[in-house]
Design a protein around this ligand. Structure first.
Ligand code: V0D
Length: 254
């Protein structure tokens, strides 16, 4: 079987990936980056310190995904439900995109990473949107890995909006009820144009989907770990990929 060695930069080889097979790398990996607050409390730190640590881990895992040939990495950064958190925590989270870019964007541009966003702009502070849009703009001609931030995202809202768009098109006579198909519906979701995730990783021990890409995850392999997001390393990521490669994907067939 063909084996590939994966290298980080010029020196650091991460050894546990050498048994990944080059074929059958998932095209699209999605991650629910959970456990940042708990990781911090465990260390006697404020929750926001965990979010900062979690942000540092985003670049590391993005580069690892790029190195093995993943095409799309979707990261669940902020849900439509996260607004219910204490205001100072929300404020801190909304400062992360601004912080992320001066620190991480040069390397991501160098790696040919393209940033995109899934979610709604409504309610997101102007300074946060500006940072996100700047990143999207500065990487829009890149042709490498798509780093897709799910930000102010919720799946039921996404599906409700897609339904509203379809009903409107029916009312306008642009779509006949008998022409409503899975494809017509998918095309009205925020993820239109992206393949569905092949693998979903959730850190921090919760065994739930939590309103994340409910439609898109229909045939996705699920992989859970007790590790908190800030301690989830490249080698843990490769472990998830390896297990994915060992599962037989049948799509309901035989
Ligand atoms: C906190 C762990 C990067 C999860 C990762 C406001 C929770 C760190 C971004 C980011 C967050 C998003 C969009 C963008 C550039 C960077 C981010 C949030 C939270 C939500 F264009 N990390 N990060 N955004 N955390």
């Amino acid at each position: 079987m063909s084996q590939k060695k994966f290298w980080f930069g010029k020196k650091k080889q991460v050894d546990s990936q050498s048994d990944l097979t080059e074929d059958n790398i998932p095209r699209h990996v999605a991650i629910i980056m959970d456990g940042n607050g708990r990781w911090a409390r465990r260390r006697g730190l404020p929750r926001v310190a965990g979010h900062h640590s979690g942000m540092k881990n985003v670049k590391k895992i993005t580069i690892a995904a790029d190195d093995i040939g993943v095409e799309i990495l979707t990261l669940y950064a902020f849900s439509t439900e996260n607004w219910k958190r204490p205001q100072d925590e929300v404020d801190y989270l909304m400062s992360l995109p601004q912080e992320f870019f001066p620190l991480e964007i040069e390397e991501l541009i160098e790696k040919n990473v393209r940033i995109r966003m899934t979610g709604w702009k409504e309610g997101v502070p102007g300074h946060t949107l500006e940072a996100v849009e700047n990143a999207i703009e500065r990487t829009k001609h890149n042709t490498g890995l798509i780093l897709n931030f799910a930000f102010n995202y919720g799946s039921r809202k996404e599906m409700t909006e897609a339904m509203r768009a379809m009903v409107r098109d029916v009312q306008l006579g642009k779509l006949k009820p008998e022409d409503i198909t899975e494809e017509e519906y998918s095309n009205r979701l925020q993820t239109s144009g992206l393949p569905d995730p092949d693998l979903l990783i959730r850190t921090s021990g919760e065994l739930r989907i939590s309103n994340f890409m409910l439609w898109q995850l229909a045939y996705t392999e699920l992989w859970f770990t007790d590790l908190y997001w800030p301690e989830f390393s490249e080698n843990h990521f490769f472990e998830a990929i390896r297990e994915y490669q060992n599962r037989v994907r049948r799509y309901g067939g035989l």
